[in-house]
Design a binder for this molecule. Structure first.
Ligand code: 5GP
Length: 363
């Protein structure tokens, strides 16, 4: 399943020597407003729930995307200039970026009044390659004493180091499209399949994680604590049952391989959905069941699976369905617990793991 931008890149993009992609007839010269709208919508969704006060981009091609996103998020947009503004008395933040496309050092400038130390800045641009342009903008945000809330890109060249390094440094980098390979000779482009996520509380997280790991299309799992009331809870704190947290599994999956609907159907097979705050021998609010989503567009799917499941029960379902409020990763020894401790306690029967390994969605 390709998105609009991937299709546009394949139909209209031109690969130039030196790993440069020209997309002059929808983004870099002629601008297709539908493409810009799609990019902005997608970035808006990706930064849902992140606190931001302003968007910072860099001229020229970042501006249309940033502007549309600013419109959707109701945020002002500031762009960095690539040329010094003469005849002004305003102070300037400035930084340097080596231009990947022009192979030269460029200075970038932002007048001081446009960023304040209270700002939480979302950095936006068209391409992420080595990350030089992003770093120049980060540098300017830092000079202003403001914070970087995230980095949103239209197209990331995943085979170049920018995205990897920025993520490793803890920046939240979201790209609508990631190109993993691009070949001038053969004119081929490979896109990275991006994952989706859902947070599932199904009682003790050891078994729930192990169960979801078996399912084809699930690419990553992580156990932790969701939708509670304290900061950085430890397992011991959550165990007191006073923090409001539920033991939860963060499931990342390839939507092309497995659907959310199927994952949720599998979830219901691994819980007693009418049992309140109790699964197996485990009792307490930390063992409640819940589906916590980060993409509001997932809600109709959640509702549908709930409605189907309810038909199988006389009592109302005791499973929460809520947006994810917060999630903290649990201590390392809880991760992949049943892989590390194959004979460890688990409220789920072994046969269920076997069932998960074999279960395949009917396409
Ligand atoms: P970076 O600073 O991350 O190395 O490169 C990002 C900047 O270089 C972007 O602002 C973008 O304008 C430009 N850029 C990098 N790669 C490409 C590309 O393949 N095509 C186009 N059109 N611009 C690129």
């Amino acid at each position: 399943m390709m998105n609009l931008i991937e299709k546009k890149i394949l139909s209209d993009g031109i690969i130039e020597p030196g790993n440069i992609l020209k997309i002059n007839n929808f983004l870099n010269q002629q601008i297709d407003p539908d493409v810009i709208y799609f990019l902005a919508q997608d970035l808006k969704k990706r930064f849902e729930g992140v606190e931001m006060t302003k968007i910072l981009t860099i001229e020229i091609s970042g501006i249309p995307i940033a502007t549309m996103l600013g419109h959707l998020l109701n945020l002002p947009v500031v762009f960095a200039r690539k040329q010094e503004i003469l005849n002004t008395t305003e102070g300037m933040y400035s930084s340097q970026a080596f231009s990947f496309t022009h192979k030269q050092q460029n200075k970038v400038y932002v007048p001081m009044p446009f960023i304040s130390s209270a700002d939480k800045i979302l950095i936006v641009d068209d391409f992420l390659a080595n990350g030089e342009a992003s770093r120049a903008l980060i540098d300017i945000v830092n000079q202003a004493g403001a914070t970087v809330a995230g980095i949103g890109m239209a197209i990331e060249k995943g085979f170049m180091k920018g995205g990897r390094e920025l993520r490793a440094e803890g920046y939240r980098v979201e790209s609508v499209v990631i190109i993993d390979e691009m070949d001038y000779e053969t004119k081929t482009i490979h896109f990275r399949q991006q994952t989706k996520e859902i947070y599932l509380a199904g009682g003790c997280f050891w078994g729930t994680e192990h169960y979801f790991k078996q399912i084809e299309g699930v690419v990553e799992t992580e156990v932790g604590f969701a939708n509670g009331n304290t900061e950085n809870p430890t397992y011991k704190e959550v165990y007191t049952d006073t923090t409001g947290y539920a033991e939860t599994v963060h499931v990342k999956y390839h939507p092309d391989v497995v659907s959310l609907e199927f994952l949720l159907q599998m979830f219901f097979k691994a819980i007693d959905p009418t049992s309140l705050n109790k699964q197996g021998h485990d009792e307490g609010t930390r063992y409640r069941t819940g589906i916590y989503y980060t993409d509001p567009e997932d809600l109709p799917v959640v509702e549908k699976v709930f409605a189907e499941e309810q038909k199988n029960h006389q009592q109302p379902l005791a499973v929460e369905k809520l947006p994810l409020k917060n999630f903290y990763t649990a201590e390392e020894y809880h991760q992949d617990y049943l892989d590390k401790n194959p004979t460890g306690y688990c409220h789920l029967p072994l046969s269920l793991f076997e069932f998960a390994r074999k279960a395949k969605e009917k396409k």
